[in-house]
Write a protein that binds this ligand. Structure first.
Ligand code: HEM
Ligand code: HEM
Length: 183
């Protein structure tokens, strides 16, 4: 048992979600541009909506896992104020990881559009058809989508600073994605 690393499950979910989000944000930004081909637009929408829903399921699994398996204690060398900022950033990331896909889901379902994976599984729309609701959700999805991209940039910057400059063991709490010595 290695108490300095996140568990294999926590690290695996972190990196799987990180890869998917890094692809999902640009897909969302490009797919609404005028002038891209209809085929590309369809492919990006297909990817964005369905992987977005997958991300929502993954964050639910991740939060449930975290609730039962709290993270290892932070390195004692980490100043208190940095630990507090990291904590606040992680809470913000989790909140946005829930809010962004939920708003995307409401935007699409209230607008009366398909979500192909859920439709294939026979999962009915969970929100009523309403243009007003779709419009509000669209605004929230847009704002929260840009906000999560900004918080992720901050988070990645801090992680790289720890990993490359300070080398204080913070980075290797979340690395490698699987394996290494860990729980
Ligand atoms: C791209 C989307 C990403 C998201 C949404 C994300 C989200 C998160 C969250 C929520 C945590 C807190 C884990 C917990 O305590 O339960 C975390 C931890 C961590 N992440 Fe990320 N992350 C992302 C990308 C990255 C990248 C690219 C790196 C490295 C360059 C990174 C490095 C880390 C490290 C080192 C920790 C552990 C921090 C600690 O010691 O508490 N993350 N991440
Ligand atoms: C963590 C997951 C997600 C992230 C990070 C994300 C991010 C984004 C971003 C940055 C945009 C571009 C901003 C804009 O033009 O509105 C966007 C657009 C969009 N997203 Fe997402 N999204 C996610 C999940 C979803 C889900 C689950 C759905 C629906 C099932 C969805 C549906 C849409 C739609 C339809 C647009 C086009 C804008 C519009 O016309 O409403 N997204 N997303």
């Amino acid at each position: 048992m290695d108490q300095t690393r996140y568990s294999n499950t926590a690290r695996g979910l972190h990196w799987l979600m990180a890869v998917l989000i890094v692809l999902t944000v640009p897909a969302g930004l490009v797919m609404v541009q005028e002038g891209i081909s209809r085929d590309l637009q369809n492919a990006l929408f297909l990817y964005h909506k369905n992987v977005g829903v997958l991300l929502l399921l993954l964050v639910a699994v991740r939060l449930a896992w975290r609730w039962r398996n709290p993270p290892p204690p932070k390195p004692a060398s980490l100043p208190q104020w940095q630990a507090r900022i990291a904590e606040a950033t992680h809470v913000a990331l989790y909140a946005l990881l829930v809010a962004v896909p939920v708003a995307g889901y409401v935007r699409v379902r209230a607008g009366g559009f398909p979500i192909e994976s859920l439709d294939a599984l026979g999962v009915p729309a969970l929100v009523p058809r309403s243009d007003a609701l779709a419009e509000v959700a669209k605004t929230i999805h847009y704002g929260a989508g840009l906000l999560i991209a900004a918080v992720i940039a901050l988070h990645v910057g801090a992680a790289l600073f720890h990993g490359i400059v300070k080398r204080d063991g913070v980075f290797s709490r979340m690395w490698p994605p699987l394996g290494g010595r860990g729980r």
